[in-house]
Design a protein around this ligand. Structure first.
Ligand code: FES
Length: 197
């Protein structure tokens, strides 16, 4: 059964190679990693050129992904962006936020007074922040329905309001400024169920 699956993989590779679309198409031919030690001997002893080409591409693909992935992951791990929080008194605090971290977590790590009553589970609006520059707001992923539902409960909702726990640091947000509203509403966590309009 394994050999027959490998044959199908070889056939797929053959079609791909004959169309001259090696690298993109190799991504669509998935070869379980556990087959790797079966493939290489087969390649060299039985199917010759076809498999050699396939393995080369596969190796090339994985090694390219591995090296760029490692370096991009490595740089991502180290990469952080600059975020400025502006509190209700207008005081600013600029912090470095690692890519991938939410603004709520970042605020808490730096003792910035941004509530987070539900700890990021989208059950409150106490982590409400206002993105001060619409250009940055437009770079964010659209809010989910759940986030919008919670934002509807937020105090002082604006056109560029978001929930801090849903804003994740990414390179394009470098330099973003977030205002913390003067007050929060904590209906959801307190058990308040709003009446339908
Ligand atoms: Fe409750 Fe963000 S902490 S929704």
């Amino acid at each position: 059964m394994l050999l027959s699956r490998l044959s199908r993989v070889g056939l797929g590779a053959s079609r791909i190679l004959s169309r001259g679309r090696c690298i993109p198409s190799c991504r669509t031919v998935s070869v379980p990693r556990s087959y790797g030690h079966y493939l290489q001997p087969q390649l060299q002893s039985h199917q010759g050129k076809l498999y050699v080409a396939f393995v080369f591409q596969r190796h090339h693909y994985f090694s390219t992904e591995g090296s760029s992935g490692e370096s991009s992951n490595g740089s991502q791990e180290k990469q952080s962006i600059s975020v400025t929080f502006v509190d209700k008194d207008g005081e600013e605090k600029q912090i470095k936020v690692p890519v991938g971290m939410s603004m709520l977590e970042a605020a808490h790590e730096h003792d910035i007074e941004l509530e987070g009553a539900c700890e990021g589970s989208l059950a409150c609006s106490t982590c409400h922040v206002i993105v001060m520059d619409v250009d940055y707001y437009n770079k964010l992923e659209d809010p989910t329905d759940e986030e919008n539902d919670m934002l509807d409960l937020a105090f002082g909702l604006t056109e560029t309001s978001r929930l801090g726990c849903q804003v994740i640091a990414s390179p394009e947000l470098d330099g973003v400024r977030l205002a913390i509203p003067a007050a929060t509403r904590n209906f959801a966590v307190d058990g308040f169920v709003p009446k339908p309009h």
